[in-house]
Structures are given as C-alpha cells and as structure tokens.
Ligand binder design. Structure first.
Ligand SMILES: Cc1cc2nc3c(=O)[nH]c(=O)nc-3n(C[C@H](O)[C@H](O)[C@H](O)COP(=O)(O)OP(=O)(O)OC[C@H]3O[C@@H](n4cnc5c(N)ncnc54)[C@H](O)[C@@H]3O)c2cc1C
Length: 384
C-alpha cells in the first residue's frame, strides 16, 4: 500500500540521489577499509533511514511494507553493506519491540532507534543453534526483579555498534522447545556482556558481525518484551517473516545493479570486431537474468501488498526470500561470466557483488529452511 505517492516519490528521489552521489562512489573505499565513513552514517540518519519502519508517533517514517520494498529496491543499487548498517535497526532488531513490546518499551526505545541514536541488533543464532533456532541454549533465569542471562550468540549483525539487542533466551529450561523461549531488550552496556572480535567474512565488508557473550548478565524484568514469558520464539518468527520480504527486495535491487553493470560492460567490450553484447550467447545470459529479476520484483511487490492488506503472507514471504536470493546468486554468476577475466579481478567491482550476495541465501533462514516453511504451509493448508 502506498499512502501518498508524492511523499513516497520525494523519499525515493532522495534515496536514489544519496545512493548515486554518495554511496556508489564510496563502495571501493568501504570494501578496502571495512568501515562506512562517519559522514555517510550521519547522512543516513538525516535521511530518516534508521526510522523507516518506526511509526510516525514514535518519530519514524512509518512506511508500509510496499513502501519499504520500494526503498530497499533503491538501496539495492549499491553495495549491500550500506543497507546492513540500518537494516537491523529498521528490521529484525526493532520490530519485536514494535509488534509485541509494551507501550512503555515502545516509548522508551523506538524514538531513539528512529533517529539512529541507538542501533538495534537481533540476537537469535548461537554456536550450536542456527536453523533449528527453537533449540537455543542461552538461558535467562528469573531472580527477583531481574533475569540472569548466560550464553553466547553468534554472527550477530551490527553487534559491535549496537545500543540494544533483541535477545532470544530460554526462560524455562524444562521446556527445550519454542515454548521455553522469551524475548528481551538488552542494553549493550549492561555489565556481563562482551562483544567478540569482528568476524572476517567472505563479503559485505563494512557490515560487521560478532559474537555476543552473556556472563551472569543481570537484565531487569521490565526488559522482557511484552512482559510475558514464552512468547519469544513467536516474536522472532514474526520479525523474520517480515524480514524475508525486506531481504528479497534488496536481492532484487542488487540484481538490477549487477545486470546494469553487466549490460554496460557487454556493450563496451569488443571481441571478434564487435561488442560482446551482440553475441546471442551473451544476450541469452542477459535475457535470463532480466526475466528472473522481473519475476522476483513482481513477487516481492505482490507479497508486500498482500501483507499491507492484512493477509497472512508466511508462504509468500518465504517464496520471495527463496526465489529472490537464489535469483540474485544466478544473476551475480552470469554478470561475472559476462565480464570474463575482468569479472574475477577486484578492480572491476563485480566480483565484490558476487561475494556480497552469497550471504542472502544463508541468513534470515537458509534456502532449505524457506523450502521447509513453504512445503509445511502447503501441507497444513491441504489438510484443513
Ligand atoms: C553475515 C551473517 C550475518 C548474520 N546476522 C545474524 C543476526 O543479526 N542475528 C542472528 O541471530 N543470526 C545472524 N546470522 C546467522 C544466520 O541467520 C545463520 O547462519 C543461518 O540461519 C543458518 O544457521 P547456521 O549457520 O547455524 O547453519 P545450519 O543451521 O548449521 O545449517 C547448515 C546447512 O544445513 C542446512 N539445514 C539445516 N537444517 C536443515 C533441515 N532441517 N533440512 C535441510 N537442510 C537443513 C542449512 O540449510 C545449511 O545449508 C548471520 C549470519 C551471517 C553469516
């Protein structure tokens, strides 16, 4: 749903300009230094990117899902590390507070997230608990008006920069499944929290992940999201479901960027006395990519509209994440192929995208987990 086309157009114009004039020229330096320059971070805050999904009454832009998708399609036109910096704050890090938090929790945190003063991270994954998230081992044991948290969270995006963590921990150790899990807002400066060293990753340099270690960390009971134990896994799944449409939109945006770069290269590169874009075998690669990008774009916009209309989009969100992330990988592979040897050499930039987009098939639910969700929902529906 687009609330006001003119307001959205103004926002998209501003984001497109920011991407074109500030982010694209900074891609190489960010990849080299593994840091996003401070002035760029400040401009992201000024543009309102950290507050995209925070409702207006808490100081954000309160975009609908369709509007969020439009912004992510625009953000995808550059290195995905830039999106990652505000992506956890507008997505998995904050939405649990918005969906299931108490009014006091919303009022306390959402305005500061919206301005970018606080960065939110989402802490679900553990060393022994990835796809099977419901079996997580981090514990939060109630003692008086506090919970004592112990455990390690792994690969947590923006952990080194986070002001708060949306933490999933087991409040009922007797219940080994989803029902024993609760969600908390944990302030990063709480004693007992240690952030591990930054992970050295395949791609997306400039976006940082690290372990978050909790050792007898005393979290006030008022930080339990929604004030109810045993709801944390449901909160996490709601957050991840919305996140799947968001990530799928980024996949489409980045695929469009790689396709554009490949097309330009193919039109400029001559072999056998003519631009390689005139060879039908190269055209076939471009055509296959274009068809897949278009399909994913249609899927993502459709799922966003259905979600805005209040429909259950659990299956559609997983279809989008599955198809768009796999599509993005295929488009990256074809783009490298079209660049030939230059596709393998860092100076030309396309190999960086090839590495960057590999992550999309892994996090926020691997491709196999999306397949499982889709099939399980189909079977459930058929049995009704
Ligand atoms: C850069 C990066 C950023 C991340 N950011 C965050 C974050 O901010 N917060 C957070 O909580 N987590 C984060 N993660 C963790 C991420 O979500 C997990 O890595 C992902 O969910 C997969 O879990 P795993 O790595 O333990 O793989 P595993 O679960 O061990 O899976 C390994 C392989 O087995 C397959 N597999 C597993 N179970 C099944 C099954 N039942 N059927 C078929 N195949 C199966 C998987 O698909 C995969 O191919 C991040 C990871 C990375 C790399």
């Amino acid at each position: 749903m687009i609330r006001d086309p003119q307001t959205l157009e103004a926002l998209l114009d501003a984001v497109n300009r920011f991407v074109r004039e500030r982010l694209v020229p900074a891609e190489a330096i960010v990849a080299e230094t593994d840091e996003i320059p401070e002035d760029i971070v400040r401009e992201m805050k000024e543009l309102g990117l950290f507050g995209l999904t925070v409702p207006e009454e808490y100081g954000g832009l309160g975009v609908t899902m369709e509007e969020e998708v439009m912004v992510m399609l625009a953000m995808g036109q550059t290195s995905p590390c830039f999106r990652s910096l505000f992506g956890t704050t507008v997505g998995i890090g904050s939405q649990g507070i918005l969906f299931d938090g108490t009014e006091a929790q919303r009022k306390k945190y959402l305005p500061r997230l919206a301005t970018g003063e606080l960065i939110a991270s989402f802490a679900l994954t553990e060393p022994d608990t990835g796809s099977d998230a419901a079996s997580l081992r981090t514990t939060a044991i109630r003692e008086g008006d506090h919970y004592i948290v112990n455990g390690t969270k792994r690969f947590i995006t923006n952990a080194p920069h986070a002001g708060i963590f949306t933490l999933m921990a087991r409040t009922n150790p007797q219940d080994k499944g989803a029902g024993g899990v609760s969600a908390f807002i944990v302030e990063a400066d709480t004693p007992g929290i240690t952030i591990g060293r930054k992970d050295r990753k395949m791609g997306q340099r400039g976006a940082h992940t690290a372990d978050v270690i909790f050792e007898n960390c005393k979290v006030p009971a008022s930080q339990l999201i929604g004030g109810r134990e045993g709801q944390g896994f449901k909160t996490a799944m709601k957050v991840l479901e919305k996140g799947r449409i968001h990530i799928a939109a980024i996949c489409v945006g980045v695929a469009e960027r790689m396709q554009r770069d490949a097309l330009h290269y193919a039109m400029e590169r001559n072999q056998f006395g003519q631009p390689i874009a005139e060879f039908q075998l190269v055209q076939a690669m471009l055509a296959d990519s274009q068809a897949e990008i278009y399909a994913a774009r249609c899927m993502v916009i459709d799922a966003a509209r259905q979600r805005d209309a209040g429909r259950n989009v659990a299956t559609e969100a997983s279809c989008c994440k599955l198809f768009a992330s796999e599509m993005c990988g295929r488009v990256a592979d074809r783009a490298v192929q079209i660049f030939g040897g230059a596709g393998y050499v860092s100076d030309y930039g396309i190999e960086r995208f090839y590495r960057d987009v590999r992550l999309f098939r892994l996090y926020e639910g691997t491709t196999q987990i999306q397949q499982i969700v889709i099939a399980r929902n189909l079977v459930r529906e058929a049995m009704r």
